[in-house]
Design a protein around this ligand. Structure first.
Ligand code: AMP
Ligand code: MG
Length: 327
């Protein structure tokens, strides 16, 4: 979706623009590079994303995350440095967002998924029971032994709100190591723009209208920056004809709907990914305050203002800096 508003028309014939799309980590990854001649570098970057999917997906039985989930309440599991570091980063984002971002959310995600299959909203009792399993402080990370332990039986980790951002950063790193200076890696709205277009122009990235996602509501110019948009319009559970968003408030147990979407611009895609999810849960006031307090982080929060329609708020650092609004 972003590609349409991105590099496509601006790159000139030589060097060539090469773009490929692959379905990985439950989303479409697109890698676009600008290089003198065809190279296999895009395939190497996709290989890295595939490796990360095998390591981190909770849907793959042999992944380290699945092993940790299976052993919840029983035993710590030894994991790779990479998984350990990603879980440590996740805990840091939980603490920054006051628990809005919480990778132990998985049992609630599963409860709502089941509710969709049964076509009945979960009862308060069911939600209350599951909420007792949602607590990032019950993840025990042993640095020396390199183990991760979920202390309560039934706890489960879901890296769906941070893994794609991490994969984007890894793919960009590989492209850079192989001499690429201009590229875009886009994982379904979590993307990083490396370098400028030929001619020195920044890439213009579209922010979707959360009420009509096929439309662009604003554009933002980016160079050597990541952007990630979280919105409950992106994916949802449909129950009894009603749509419930996929981002769940760990405190209430219900899909969060106070904010329509949060776009975070940051120096890394992992940061943009985790913060966009966490801030959507935090809500406008606390969320914008957090954005303003962080270095290298800017944001756009779109709320549903019943009187004026949609309200778009932009952090100070973005004002007057290559952002154009259409409503
Ligand atoms: P994103 O699209 O990056 O905002 O991530 C949303 C995905 O993360 C959902 O589909 C869930 O798998 C998971 N998720 C839902 N709620 C939360 C939350 N509060 N904290 C962390 N991950 C969440
Ligand atoms: Mg996210």
């Amino acid at each position: 979706m972003f590609l349409k508003n991105c590099i496509k028309n601006k790159m000139v014939k030589s060097p060539q623009r090469i773009s490929k799309i692959r379905y990985l980590m439950n989303t479409f990854f697109e890698i676009e590079v600008l290089c003198e001649r065809y190279s296999s570098i895009i395939e190497i970057a996709f290989g890295e994303i595939k490796r990360l999917e095998r390591l981190l997906s909770r849907f793959q039985n042999e992944s380290e995350i699945s092993l940790v989930n299976c052993a919840a309440g029983n035993s710590p599991i030894k994991v790779s440095d990479e998984t350990l570091n990603l879980i440590k980063s996740s805990l840091k984002f939980s603490s920054i967002t006051d628990g809005g971002f919480n990778i132990t959310i998985c049992p609630l995600v599963e409860l709502w998924k089941l509710a969709e299959e049964k076509n009945g909203v979960p009862t308060e009792e069911e939600i209350k029971n599951v909420i007792s399993l949602i607590d990032f402080k019950e993840i025990e990370v042993e640095e020396v032994k390199k183990t991760v332990f979920l202390k309560k039986k039934g706890m489960k980790i879901d890296l769906g709100a941070i893994g794609k951002g991490y994969a984007v950063d890894r793919a960009i790193k590989i492209l850079k190591e192989n001499g690429i200076t201009q590229a875009m890696v886009n994982a379904g709205g979590n993307l990083y723009i490396l370098g400028e277009h030929i001619g020195g122009n920044p890439s213009s990235i579209g922010i979707p209208n959360p009420l009509k996602p096929d439309e662009i509501i604003a554009k933002i110019d980016l160079t050597d920056r990541a952007i990630s948009t979280s919105g409950n319009y992106e994916r949802f559970f449909t129950i009894d004809g009603r749509q419930f968003g996929h981002i769940i408030n760990p405190v209430t147990g219900y899909p969060e709907n106070r904010v329509l979407s949060v776009s975070i611009v940051a120096d890394t895609a992992i940061k943009a990914d985790a913060l966009s999810t966490g801030i959507l849960v935090m809500g406008f006031e606390r969320g914008m305050k957090l954005i303003e307090s962080l270095n290298n982080v800017e944001g756009i929060i779109i709320t549903n203002n019943k009187e004026d329609g949609m309200q778009i708020d932009i952090s100070e650092g973005l004002k007057g800096k290559g952002i154009s609004k259409y409503v």
